[in-house]
Design a protein around this ligand. Structure first.
Ligand SMILES: [Zn+2]
Ligand SMILES: [Zn+2]
Length: 484
């Protein structure tokens, strides 16, 4: 065994063929029936078949494969999904941040149509003609844009998932010849999503997209997946793992479309989501649902432009309270809030606040106010001022210097300022003040000092009369002051 040893029989290099598949094809070329059989025949540093195959799966045997096949190492690495600290890389594109190892993705998927055309168009021994494309194993790609059909992940005859250990992609381990299979057709209007992704890797014509081209492949695919699902299903989406391959192709195409003319289409989608959301559920989670959750969990800066669009939309259209969370964080801004949230802010029970707001005409009388009623935050100051200057009936009695009986009489005759029915009756201190000033002004005719009385309080002091006399003056029309 020498390090420089290479093989007499070679296979032709094929675009996008991963290293492990080159190895498989070499094994076929040498008439082997399994990879371990081939491992025993070829010069390798470590001959333990289990280690070699394990290493092959992980892409650690590229120098060996380059030496055996005569294909340059850079070409093999370019064509293979390679795991790095940042994630999985293929053709110089970061295809996944978490490693392209999701269990929902089968790593030896095929396109039977592609394999058929290999047999028709390639030279050399027929068994070695069909070759695998590494983009078949990219989790976010579900269909072959060249043939418009979904990829095939498992054998239609025996139901087993295709393994990388199957030397030829044209045969299942059960012996089934998969080249005759016709997989589910992807409708022509659902193809552009996968076509874009394959084109980015260089496996097909490059499709230009103003927004997605600015993102890494992994981010572009993630954006297409999530925005596409949101465009299709709204706030409650069907999980990726529950979408079949044709559905996924459709979703990616929807995502491709939503990102066009960025951010206009996205904003229109958000408007539609707001429209579809019941009034009582208008929170960021209620309106934007799963997408909002995703934008909170996926923290890569590449998604910031989308987060900005959603945040601006939320601030403009969704009531924001102290407890409102957007992308798992409190929202500091926002022009809208709810009456309930304002109540909490002002330390007033929501019911009282709702009544006050409607009594003050801050809410149109036609709407039936509730704590969830959306109002602008500019109402906070006037409402706060209003509640700062309210007093109860007892306090009002004291303020005016009347007994409850006198107060009642004045009230019945509509002389007193209006009371606000907001959970009991409340009077505005400012109104009472104005009433007293009016009394004082109108009662200038009274110049006799008042006789002593238990009820002489402030009002009496101001107009120098006993309360009975004030009532007398009011009733006889000598005093014109009224509260309303
Ligand atoms: Zn194909
Ligand atoms: Zn089978």
């Amino acid at each position: 065994m020498t390090e420089s040893a290479s093989l007499a029989l070679r296979v032709r290099a094929a675009p996008f063929e991963p290293g492990w598949a080159v190895f498989n094809r070499l094994a076929l070329r040498h008439g082997c029936r399994s990879r371990s059989e081939f491992v025993r025949q070829v010069p390798l540093a470590n001959r333990d078949p289990r280690n070699v195959i394990h290493d092959l799966e992980r892409g650690n045997r590229q120098p060996d494969i380059a030496r055996l096949s005569g294909i340059p190492l850079e070409t093999l690495i370019h064509n293979s999904i390679t795991h790095t600290d940042d994630g999985s890389v293929l053709a110089g594109e970061l295809i996944s941040r978490i490693g392209n190892v999701g269990h929902s993705c089968n790593f030896a998927r095929i396109c039977p149509d592609c394999l058929r055309s290999d047999i028709e168009q390639c030279g050399g021994p027929v068994a070695c003609r069909p070759w695998r494309r590494s983009w078949w194993d990219v989790a976010k790609i579900s269909s072959c844009p060249h043939h418009g059909r979904v990829l095939l992940a498992s054998c239609p005859a025996c139901g087993h998932i295709f393994r990388r250990s199957y030397l030829s992609p044209a045969h299942c381990a059960c012996g089934h010849h998969v080249l005759e299979e016709r997989t589910k057709l992807v409708t022509p209007d659902s193809r552009i999503g996968d076509a874009y992704l394959v084109g980015r890797l260089g496996g097909g014509p490059r499709i230009v997209h103003a927004f997605l081209d600015g993102l890494a492949f992994a981010d572009a695919a993630e954006v297409m997946q999530w925005l596409g699902a949101t465009a299709r299903w709204g706030r409650s989406i069907v999980a990726w793992r529950h979408q079949d391959l044709a559905e996924r192709a459709h979703t990616m195409t929807a995502g491709f479309a939503v990102c066009e003319a960025f951010p206009r289409q996205l904003e229109e989608m958000l408007d539609a989501m707001l429209e579809a959301c019941p009034f009582a559920r208008q929170t960021p989670q209620g309106v934007y649902g799963a997408m909002q959750k995703w934008l909170g969990l996926a923290t890569q800066p590449a998604l910031d432009p989308i987060r900005d669009v959603v945040r601006n939309h939320a601030v403009k259209h969704v009531p924001i309270t102290a407890a409102t969370m957007l992308f798992r964080n409190p929202v500091p801004m926002g022009e809208l809030t709810t009456l309930g949230a304002l109540g909490k802010l002002l330390g007033v029970s929501p019911e009282r606040l709702v009544k006050a707001a409607s009594a003050l005409g801050m809410i149109p009388p036609s709407s039936r106010p509730r704590t969830g009623t959306v109002v602008t935050k500019s109402l906070k100051e006037p409402l706060a001022a209003f509640f700062r200057k309210l007093c109860s009936r007892e306090e009002a009695c004291q303020y005016l210097g009347t007994t409850p009986m006198v107060f009642k009489t004045l009230n019945i005759r509509n002389h007193l300022p209006r009371g606000y029915r907001i959970g009991g009756i409340w009077y505005s201190v400012a109104d009472l003040e104005r009433f007293l000033e009016a009394l004082q002004g109108d009662a200038a005719f009274v110049n006799r000092p008042p006789p002593g009385s238990a009820t002489i309080l402030r009002a009496v002091r101001i107009c120098h009369r006993a309360s009975e006399e004030i009532i007398g003056g009011l009733l006889q029309g000598q005093i014109k002051a009224t509260g309303r």
